[in-house]
Design a protein around this ligand. Sequence first.
Ligand code: TYD
Length: 206
Amino acid sequence: MNEGRFITLEGLEGAGKTSRAGELKAFLERRGKRVLLTREPGGTALGERLRELLLSPTAEPMAPLTELLLMFAARSEHVIQVILPALAGGQWVLCDRYVDASYAYQGGGRGLGEAPVAALEALLPARARPDLTLLLDLPVEMGLARAKGRGPVDRFEQETLAFHQRVRDAYLTRARRWPQRYRIIDASADPETVRGAIEAAVEPLL
Ligand code: TYD
């Protein structure tokens, strides 16, 4: 059986990743693919418990390195239990956030830099690298306004504008460094336009 492809979706809060991920799953299924849609932090029972600890606005304060290690604890379980078996079984895996989010949020936002993230990424199996990463990019103010308009804010959404600006800068730096793997999608456009841009970016893999 052919191995599936591994696609990740990244972006700021309010970029619309979650809605676009559902549409992309449907698009791939219409093209005959079996698709697993999953998310980080999360995707396993343990990962979802870690997600609660990481996102709860009332969580105990934690050091940036602790936050990074918890993200990778959830990720390790997700890769081993869910992502690699699905790819090996021929499924396409769509993941709402992945390693690039750790570079952007913990490396950029929290100021840890790339080195600790790279050290942990090196521990993941080689097959757990995405074939394609879609960066849904939009101005920070626009993303935060959208995120705040949809209900209670989580521990990251309540961070400062400057934090989110560092996150965006880190994402864009990575996307420009690896143009073969990354596609930057203008998420400030209307949803139909964004959907079309995503489908065009995925088409070459089909
Ligand atoms: P998010 O994907 O935005 O979920 P929702 O759309 O339901 O709010 O929430 C995940 C949060 O976790 C987001 O603020 C980014 C953060 N995050 C990190 O800081 N590092 C990581 O490695 C990952 C995967 C997520």
